[in-house]
Design a protein around this ligand. Sequence first.
Ligand code: NAP
Length: 284
Amino acid sequence: MAAGSHSISGKAKVAGVMGWPVGHSKSPALHGFWLKEYGIDGAYVPMAVAPENLGKSLKSLFLLGFKGCNLTVPHKEAALQIVDEITPVAKAIGAINTVFVLPDGRLQGTNTDAFGFFENLRQSVPGFNVTRAPAVVLGAGGAARAVCAALIEAGAPEVRLLNRTRARAQTLETAFGPKIKATPWSDLPAALKDAGLLVNSTSLGMSGQPPLDVSIDTLPTAALVTDLVYTPLETPLLHAAKKRGNKTVDGLGMLLYQAQKGFEGWFGVKPEVTSALRSHLLSL
Ligand code: NAP
């Protein structure tokens, strides 16, 4: 229903996504759906920006009258050195995925992945209380940093972080403080025993990647299981968790909720995440 183009005027508000390559990005379809849904005089465009041109491209946003942009691979970390202002959450995560052009032309960089991650859990499982039990997070890459920031902000008592390369988990422990416990991968069964949340933030289980080959036999069935991987939507981890009675939340919602804040800042409307939007993105 919301697929396809909608007409815009010469006064249209413009935003977009910079990436290299950018063709894989779902953001134009996502924001395009909302623009059409809310009848907004606006456009959201893909911008293929080579790494060496990121600085010039970001600085041009104001000159071109853009409201801002999203950043995707490989620009999220490099942008930290370019924007004029960095929000605390972007600083903590060490990456920027959303840029707002302020009225005076300065660029504010923020990161909406932590919000997207937790909002997805909050909306999908309204009764979920992260403060009651330790969380177990697999992975220590960029996505795991956003998950750690979100869980600490939400009041998780402890976050057990397990990663193939333990040194990377230890780096996050140093960065985020004592609530993060870098835990050896081999200790997963013990780490799961009293956990209230299990998060896969590795790329394992994604189509084209090796499977996430772990046993969750020791995880309480009351624990919530979520996977940041959303291709396939039901990953083998989510399938196994559902089968033994755990509640599960897929990763597509994180992508949708992280986009809300950028859209609201650029176009002035807080958009809703609906099943129609999910279906639209899944149909692409
Ligand atoms: P990343 O920075 O490249 O990190 C990849 C992580 O996966 C690292 O922890 C890495 O461990 C681990 N890993 C990769 N191959 C592995 C293997 N063969 N065995 C064990 N561990 C392995 O990537 P990222 O940006 O954090 O993204 C991770 C996943 O989250 C991706 O699938 C991405 O699509 C997804 N994601 C989803 C959303 C969403 O909105 N749903 C948002 C962001 C990311 P090492 O440190 O040992 O290499």
